[in-house]
Design a protein around this ligand. Structure first.
Ligand code: UD1
Length: 467
């Protein structure tokens, strides 16, 4: 696709006729900073909930209708993986219909799984439903090695025979009806993915399963609610102990995904970093407790607007704070990079300690290119607030790092140009349109086409006719 002299709008759908990841890595995003953002922005459905709920549809042979599914590259990839397994999918806007009656294979294709780690979580529902699952090890990614031994050990505790051969995890259940057995499982670490994999597997197991030291993330609770809407018997999701009484089969459902707390948090930071005044919703405010606490700690004003919206008013000058990323309800690792962008412009010193992933500070070098003063020692980033950032060409290294660069660009003097947009497109639905709706000046173009400022005005004019 080549667009000359035109802004490119990022969008993806399951039928795949929009910017593919390959195209996105040839595009760049130009941001002209220092526009205070104002207005209301709509939050999409939660990416991480949607992805795992999609794999949960494998548990049932009836129709599953999912609503509030974000239109994202990752959702498209998950759709391709499920389709390769024989699931029928139809997408209409944010409504996704899935039917897994005729699963034609228990083997997921490596080329697709390697691009989307969350697809490994399909091992739980596939094994529960078919008694056999072959899923390639997803491998590491930009933010860390990301092993899966907690998933594997839990499935073994439920009676599965699991062998890893040539990079493929082969899991089988033998015995009567090839059915997993309920088990008592303790997770050494409250892994989100392992909790989800095992919870899904246990829905169809024979007997009761308990998962101790389970992840408490809202997406785990959303998955449990989805499974329960199909007739599963799960209690305690959202706490450290989840109990699942296995049932023989699950039935059709119509389920709406929760709002994306990380997208909402990213917009809250956008409001603060531009010293703007924006309303973000829908949100479930309790999902953002740690993020709101830190925004207030640095001096931003965050207030509830009704039951499901938050208003943020940025302070003229924010002050630094320390942050440690932790499993929920602690501060989310998925908001660490965005907050770092904000702290670069907050007065005084801040320390961010990344405890969840071992390699999630790669955005530091790019923020420093924009004039930030950040030093890394091990898993700690020491940030000295600077009075301003300067727009610069920068490279996105992963999904949330790219969001951090967008935020820094919104606050910086002059123009920032971000490369490697395929990372951004994985997890933010219509981000550029949404930001333009708040008054940001930004435009996507091909890397070799230099847009001029008039394109920005056009982009804003187009946006206002869309609203
Ligand atoms: C999910 C989210 C991701 C988020 C993360 C932590 C999805 C699709 N992704 O990822 O956006 O950043 O939770 O909130 O939902 N670990 C092991 N062994 C295992 C499993 C995990 O050592 O078997 C380690 C990981 O390497 C990592 C930590 O546990 O250091 C947290 O990982 P986990 O909670 O499993 O994250 P994901 O489910 O992969």
């Amino acid at each position: 696709m080549r667009l000359e002299g035109k802004a490119i709008t990022a969008s993806v759908n399951l039928t795949g006729n929009h910017a593919s990841p390959d195209e996105a890595d040839k595009q760049v995003l130009h941001i002209w900073g220092r526009q205070p953002l104002a207005g209301h922005v709509k939050v999409s459905g939660a990416k991480n909930a949607a992805l795992v709920v999609m794999t949960g549809a494998l548990l049932c042979s009836g129709d599953c209708r999912l609503r509030n599914v974000p239109v994202l590259a990752d959702v498209k990839r998950m759709g391709q993986i499920l389709s390769a397994l024989g699931v029928k999918l139809t997408q209409n806007g944010d409504v996704l219909d899935l039917n897994a009656r005729d699963i034609s294979t228990s083997e997921a294709p490596y080329e697709l799984v390697s691009q989307l780690r969350a697809s490994f979580f399909a091992i739980g529902p596939l094994l529960a439903r078919l008694g056999v699952a072959k899923i390639p090890l997803p491998g590491g990614c930009a933010i860390g090695a990301r092993p899966v031994e907690l998933h594997v050990r839990g499935l073994q505790a439920m009676g599965a025979d699991v062998q890893i051969d040539h990079g493929i995890v082969n899991a089988y259940v033998t015995g009567p009806n090839r059915r997993l057995k309920g088990a008592k499982i303790y997770l050494d670490y409250p892994s989100v993915g392992a909790t989800e994999t095992l919870m899904m597997a246990a829905t169809l197991a024979d007997g009761e399963t308990t998962i101790e030291n389970a992840a408490q993330e809202p997406e785990v609770l959303d998955l449990a609610n989805f499974c329960n809407s199909m007739g599963a018997k799960i209690t305690g999701a959202g706490t450290k102990t989840i109990t699942i009484s296995g049932v023989e089969q699950l039935h059709s459902t119509d389920y709406s995904i929760i709002p994306d707390r990380i997208e909402a948090g990213t917009f809250l930071v956008a409001g603060a970093i531009t010293r703007g005044d924006i309303i973000v919703g829908p949100v479930i405010p309790d999902h953002l407790t740690a993020v709101i606490a830190k925004l207030r700690a640095i001096g931003a004003k965050v207030t509830a607007e009704g039951t499901n919206q938050l208003r943020i008013v940025g302070a003229p000058q924010h002050t630094g704070t320390d942050i440690e990323t932790l499993p929920y309800p602690g501060f989310p690792t998925d908001m660490q990079a965005q907050f770092m962008a904000l702290l670069t412009l907050s007065e005084g010193n801040s320390v961010i300690s990344e405890t969840v992933f071992e390699n999630r500070l790669r955005h530091v070098a790019e923020l420093n290119r924009m004039g930030a003063d950040i030093r890394v020692k091990g898993n700690h980033a020491i940030i000295r607030g600077v009075p301003f950032l300067s727009g610069a060409p920068v490279v996105a290294t992963d999904l949330r790092a790219s969001a951090a660069l967008v935020l820094a660009g919104l606050a910086a003097q002059g123009k920032t140009t971000i490369q490697q947009l395929q990372h951004l497109d994985r997890g933010y639905e219509s981000l550029e349109d949404k930001l333009r709706g708040l008054g940001a000046k930004l435009v996507r173009s091909l890397a070799d086409a230099e847009p001029d400022a008039s394109l920005v005005s056009q982009a804003i004019a187009v946006q206002s006719t869309l609203n």
